[in-house]
Design a protein around this ligand. Sequence first.
Ligand SMILES: *[C@@H]1O[C@H](CO)[C@@H](O)[C@H](O)[C@H]1NC(C)=O
Ligand SMILES: *[C@@H]1O[C@H](CO)[C@@H](O)[C@H](O)[C@H]1NC(C)=O
Ligand SMILES: [Zn+2]
Length: 541
Amino acid sequence: MRSTLLASLAGYTGAALSASVLLSGGTIIAFDEDTNFLNVIRDGALLVTDDRIAGIYEEASPKGIPVDAEIVDCTHKIITPGFIDTHRHGWQTAFKTLGSNTTLAEYFMTFSSYAAGPLYTAEDVYESQLAGLLEALNAGVTTTLDHAHNMWSTERAEAGLDASIESGARVFWAPALDPTYDYSVPDQINDWKRWNRRSFPNDLVTLGIAYDGWDVGAPEDTQAVAQLIKDAKPAVLTIHWLGGVWPIDSSPSLVHSFGVLNTSTAVVFSHGPGLTAAQAELLRATNQFISITPESEMHYGHGHTFSHLVHEQAALGVDTHLTFSTDIITQARLWLQRTRSRLFDEVMHHWDIPSRNPSWCPSYFSPPGACSQLGTSLSVNQAFLLATRQGALALRRPDLGVIKVGAKADLVIFDGRTPGMLGWADPVAAVILHANVGDITHVLVDGKFVKRNGKLTYAKYAELVERFLASAEKIRKDFLKKPLPVLTGSFFGAEGYAFYGSAKDVDVVRGKGTGYGPLFRGADDKTTANVAAPGSRHDEL
Ligand SMILES: *[C@@H]1O[C@H](CO)[C@@H](O)[C@H](O)[C@H]1NC(C)=O
Ligand SMILES: *[C@@H]1O[C@H](CO)[C@@H](O)[C@H](O)[C@H]1NC(C)=O
Ligand SMILES: [Zn+2]
């Protein structure tokens, strides 16, 4: 009865009615607390009861299963924990494909909270947030830490919260308490306190806080946010940390100076190109994490020179899913290969030939020193942990991101016999290096199917698609009325440093000055035609 009620509240009228489900016959990528590492069980079974993993078995048809348990045949399938995205902005779905060549400096003037706010109504926020979270669920991302900077008014903020609750995803919804337009930090804090008192229809959504103004915000705002964190002890605080070439730097030591780094609140720093050995030590000492968003950091040019040196204090994130796919397996794969490429380059810079790939370290954390190469090595197993358990540790939720008895039943089931998967022996390599979203058959969150037999179970999806598309079209039209920014001088007028520099152009089509080509931004885009006639960026060459 209880699960039926919750399911229908979240729009899942047809979802799981039985309290127990036996996933029978698959290969399970479990986690073993004793060895502190992955444990692969072949032809096993996994029992889900209510919201938890109730049993893991080394045979497909174990004894003692509740008689009313629904049996789901998982023969030839691979069962993994749900993937965890530790950095994302759910409201941005409506901009999909419009940022295909944007840099971070341009982003601040196009798709950021500050630039995009005027384009969104509360309904727009709702459709984008819901469509985006369902996109994530379809991709096997069961937990999202949402840095919700759709903080333009009470109504537009709440629309993001309501859509998160409606989605059926596990969402750490962290509204960004940075001031915007007419929505001051004191007003936002009052709203936050009200949301914190509100009781949600399910426990999938957890209220957090995001705040970026540690160095650049008004001192009284920063003090007020720090006080709120100390008083209310939210489960999570998340912060965009740049530094490096960027003249904004909400570093761990700065946040620590406000007394909010070393408390019960999990703190997740996104990106961190300004990472230094001292900052890494502080992350380790306070057990806080960075969120590496490999694709966004490469796409936009944030930089992430040292992130691979702190893998023990790192998890993965997608960030702006408007610009690329939303699945964490792609992020894990990109980061694995990015890290290898970088480490191989270091060998080749000495004119040496890389002999071995840094490989699996069986004693992940202990004994200390056993994995002295830990920070610089990366195997498929470690990429898998970054995509799952590390995200859970970043959120201080040891009951997520792992398959073990008692953990939350957030699960992803891959079809091991699609054309792309066929022939695997190592299930971890299959998932990290061969799988795509189309190979995901089922997804469960909190023991309920949110994707089943390759389709989202969200009952009102067809209606949402129409509403979302209408909203996205309207937003796109308004967006395209504004010319693209032309960046000259320095970043927001910074003096002394932070001058803009140009990356080298490379061409694909033969011939002199073949140019960048236009961006195909939609039928209503009147700017496309004149923006990039062939050769326009190369006339000087
Ligand atoms: C964090 O807090 C713990 C316990 O209160 C304390 O022992 C430790 O020294 C603190 N660490 C830092 C870096 O402040
Ligand atoms: C993106 O493409 C457009 C159109 O071709 C061009 O005007 C713009 O300069 C490009 N931006 C970057 C950062 O390459
Ligand atoms: Zn971000």
